[in-house]
Design a protein around this ligand. Sequence first.
Ligand code: PGA
Length: 261
Amino acid sequence: MRVVILSDPAAVAQFAADELVVRLRRRPAQVLGLATGGTPVELYQRIIQAHRRGDVSLSQVTTFNLDEYVGLAPEHPASYRSFMNAQLFDHVDVPRPNTHVPLGAASDLAAEACRYEGAIAQAGGIDWQLLGIGRDGHIAFNEPGSSLRSRTRVKTLTAQTRQDNARFFASLDDVPRSALTMGIGTILDARSILLMATGESKAAAIAACVEGPITASVPASALQWHAATTIVVDRAAAAQLHHAAYYLEAEAERQRLVPSP
Ligand code: PGA
């Protein structure tokens, strides 16, 4: 795992934006796995700015989002489809049919999960997967106890996740109780992964993800199995990492050996 510790959330967003822009400039036709939540918003803003400057095009990109709330139609203002349209897709040149979000309002959720996995495979698999992390160590909506080999399916949200996401809804009661989510196995199939985390509320989850045992109790710890994962965090989210000094040193050494493009 590459662990990058930066000063603040703005630096984390810039790091992620630089990585994505460099990747897209090298190879404009890519399959991107995208995430929702508060953490990637600033990254998406920077991608929009880069697009407006003419630095990057998403015209050949295909995207797959990690998850969607069960029961919310795409048009629902709190759906992850609405979130992605408003935060990114409405402002860049990705053709809308190339953007995929699981249909949480599907009448047959098992069939929809199967269809989603098939669509990812049909697109050739995910080249670059963006992730956030929940305070409970979830990635996508793989809550503690999720099989480390799980595929796209319905998961029940924990009380903590519903509480954390209540800010996007009128009230806690309005937060759906389950979601259709890529599995941990689906995520681990991505060719490369970038997990972003900021703020002290994520510090315990980041320490467990990076330095704890691999366990279904901390779904993000499964990333230790992945050969090309970068964890980019601000100082607050890195606060409980025992080997922080080593990660900083390793990153400085990496910059010396492989200067950023
Ligand atoms: P957040 O959510 O970015 O809103 O903190 C991350 C997550 O739950 O995966």
